[in-house]
Design a protein around this ligand. Structure first.
Ligand code: AMP
Length: 302
């Protein structure tokens, strides 16, 4: 199974209560790719500038991410600067320098066009739609967004959603998009816009999965120390989409396990800044934590 991902590859500067990291590897597509790669082939389409460090390209290569679609163009790489205060669920954006991302028009390489799964990471919904025009009908289209697009491109986002099967968003975004205060009602409404599967991320409080008429909830893996929540959402989506792609199966069982794998991958990611923890985590670590998770959430077997 191959997953095409289109999104940002960035240099992030992040401050959290436990420290500070400057100009480190980030971006929605980066986090997604590294997480999804534990389960499936990943084909990355993104743009970076001339200043993008070779070591980051080598890191992605070492994880086996296909980089034929990573374009390097004249100018500076997209930069994001953010801060987390005591509430680690909410990033405060300090600066967004679009740089080469401003004129990014994703061109999907010929050999990527029949990918089985497409993940539209957080970019302008018009570009997301443009990606869907370039691919032959994939088995699954999954999508992420952010409050900026809900506010500034609502019509375009709705048009994209008509073609999306699986939609990831956080609680606040779900409320804003639906105009519903209640998260369950919000998800039910969002399902009427197109995606039959809606995943609402609730940070430390886990994630809710709505598929057809069914509903499932999984907690976040409890951690004593969280160093940097950046990329948790994209890593979560990478774990989830990666797992269900590998299974090649959208059954309720597969979706539920996918949600748990998403939670597990995200829990590793937040243990350190940037992708430092994701660089050392192994498939065995993931399986071990999956079993711990089973134990932690089971109230029938001791
Ligand atoms: P997450 O914490 O999973 O929501 O995503 C964090 C990543 O999103 C960071 O690494 C940023 O580089 C990236 N990011 C922040 N703002 C934007 C934006 N406007 N467009 C694309 N990517 C962004």
């Amino acid at each position: 199974m191959s997953i095409l991902v289109v999104g940002s590859v960035a240099l992030d500067t992040v401050r959290t209560p436990s420290g500070y990291a400057e100009e480190t590897l980030g971006g929605s597509a980066t986090y997604f790719s590294v997480a999804a790669r534990f389960f499936a082939d990943v084909l990355l389409v993104a743009v970076v500038g001339e200043d993008f460090p070779a070591e980051h390209v080598q890191f992605l290569e070492s994880r086996g991410v296909d980089l034929k679609g990573l374009k390097r163009v004249g100018g500076k790489t997209f930069r994001w600067e953010g801060e987390y205060l005591l509430d680690l669920n909410e990033a405060k954006t300090i600066r967004t320098d679009l740089n080469v991302f401003e004129h990014f028009r994703p061109v999907i390489p010929e050999e990527y066009r029949d990918a089985d799964v497409v993940f539209l990471a957080n970019i302008d919904p018009e570009l997301q739609l443009d990606v869907l025009r370039q691919v032959s009908r994939p088995d699954l289209v999954a999508c992420d967004t952010m409050n900026y697009w809900i506010r500034h491109k609502p019509r375009q986002l709705r048009k994209t959603l008509e073609q999306v099967d699986m939609f990831f968003l956080n609680e606040a975004e779900a409320r804003e998009l639906s105009g519903e205060g209640n998260v369950v009602r919000a998800a039910r409404y969002i399902q009427t816009l197109g995606p039959s599967i809606v995943v609402i991320k609730k940070g430390e409080n886990g994630a809710l999965l709505f598929h057809g008429e069914k509903m499932f909830w999984a907690p976040a893996y409890p951690l004593e120390v969280i160093h940097d929540p950046t990329g948790a959402g994209d890593t979560f989506a990478g774990g989830f989409v990666g797992y269900v792609s590998r299974e090649g199966d959208m059954s309720p069982r597969s979706l539920r396990k996918g949600l748990v794998y998403g939670s597990i991958l995200a829990s590793f990611n937040v243990e350190d800044f940037s992708l430092r923890r994701m660089a050392t985590v192994t498939a065995d670590d993931i399986e071990r934590r999956f079993e711990e998770f089973r134990h932690l959430t089971s109230f029938e077997v001791l």
